[in-house]
Ligand binder design. Structure first.
Ligand code: PGA
Length: 250
C-alpha cells in the first residue's frame, strides 16, 4: 500500500478566533482532486481545536494538537491529556517538537511516554526528531537522530505513528538542508524506524520533513525519496501559503 502523504500545519502559539477564517479558506481550496492526493491537517493552539472543528470538518481537514500530557487525567494543573484532545475533535498530536524539548526540557523518555499516551487515546502521534546546527557541523546528525528515534518511539506502537524530521537549525530560519541531505536522512530514519518497530511496519510510517517549508521549496523537498509530507510552521498560518505547499502534491 502506498503511503498517503500528509501535510500538517503547526500554528505554534499563534492564532485567535479570527484566525479560523484561514481554516475555512483552506477548506475551500482543498478540492476533491487534491484530497485524493494528500491529507491535510492543522494543529492550532489547543484553545482553537474546538472552535475550528466545524470549519475543518466541512473543508475535509483534520485537526491535531501540539502536545499532550502522559496521564489520562489527574492532579496536573494546566496540563491537557490526549483523551481530552481526542474528545475535542483532534485526530493527531505533535509530540517532542524541538521547541518543547528545549523550552520544557522534554527528554526522549518523556516524548516516548507522550506518544504512547496519544496511541492509548486513539490519536496519531507526530513524533519529532532533528539535530542542532552544532550536531550537524560535528558530523553527528545521523547519530543524534538515530538515538532520538530509538528513545522516542514506542516499541510496540499499536496504531498509526508519524515521524517528523525537523533539523533544529532549519526551523523558522529560512534555511533548509539540500535535497541530498534530506534523502540521506529520511532513508536513515526509515531504517531506524524499522529497527525499532520491526516486521516491515516502517513501510506504513509517514516521515515528514519540517523546517522552513515554503511554497517556493515544497515541490523540491516533497519529491525527495522517503519524504511523505511536511510539517509546516510559519507558512501554515495563511491559507494561501499552506495550500500552495499542498499543491505540490496535485
Ligand atoms: P517553520 O517551522 O516551518 O516555521 O520553519 C516548522 C516547525 O517548527 O514545525
Amino acid at each position: 500500500m502506498p503511503r498517503c502523504p500528509l501535510v500538517a500545519g503547526n500554528w505554534k502559539m499563534n492564532g485567535l478566533l479570527a484566525s479560523l477564517a484561514e481554516v475555512a479558506a483552506m477548506g475551500t481550496a482543498y478540492d476533491a482532486a487534491l484530497k485524493s492526493k494528500v491529507e491535510l491537517i492543522i494543529c492550532p493552539p489547543t484553545t482553537l481545536i474546538g472552535p475550528a472543528l466545524e470549519a475543518a470538518t466541512q473543508g475535509g481537514l483534520g485537526l491535531g494538537a501540539q502536545d499532550c500530557h502522559v496521564a489520562a487525567n489527574g492532579a496536573h494543573t494546566g496540563d491537557i491529556s490526549a483523551e481530552m484532545l481526542k474528545d475535542l475533535g483532534a485526530s493527531y498530536v505533535i509530540v517532542g517538537h524541538s521547541e518543547r524539548r528545549a523550552d520544557h526540557g522534554e527528554t526522549d523518555e518523556i516524548v516516548q511516554a507522550k506518544a504512547a499516551a496519544a496511541l492509548r487515546a486513539g490519536l496519531k502521534p507526530i513524533i519529532c526528531v532533528g539535530e542542532t546546527r552544532a550536531e550537524r557541523e560535528a558530523g553527528q546528525a545521523l547519530a543524534v537522530v538515530g538515538r532520538q528515534i530509538e528513545g522516542s518511539l514506542p516499541a510496540d506502537a499499536p496504531g498509526t505513528i508519524v515521524v517528523a524530521y525537523e533539523p533544529v537549525w532549519a526551523i523558522g530560519t529560512g534555511l533548509t538542508p539540500t535535497p541530498a541531505d534530506v534523502a540521506e536522512m529520511h532513508e536513515f530514519v526509515r531504517e531506524r524506524v524499522e529497527a525499532r518497530l520491526g516486521g516491515g511496519k516502517s513501510e506504513a510510517v509517514r516521515i515528514l520533513y519540517g523546517g522552513s517549508v515554503k511554497p517556493a521549496n515544497a515541490r523540491e523537498l516533497m519529491s525527495v525519496p522517503n519524504v511523505d509530507g511536511a510539517l509546516v510552521g510559519g507558512a501554515s498560518l495563511k491559507a494561501i501559503d499552506f495550500m500552495a505547499i499542498a499543491e505540490a502534491y496535485r
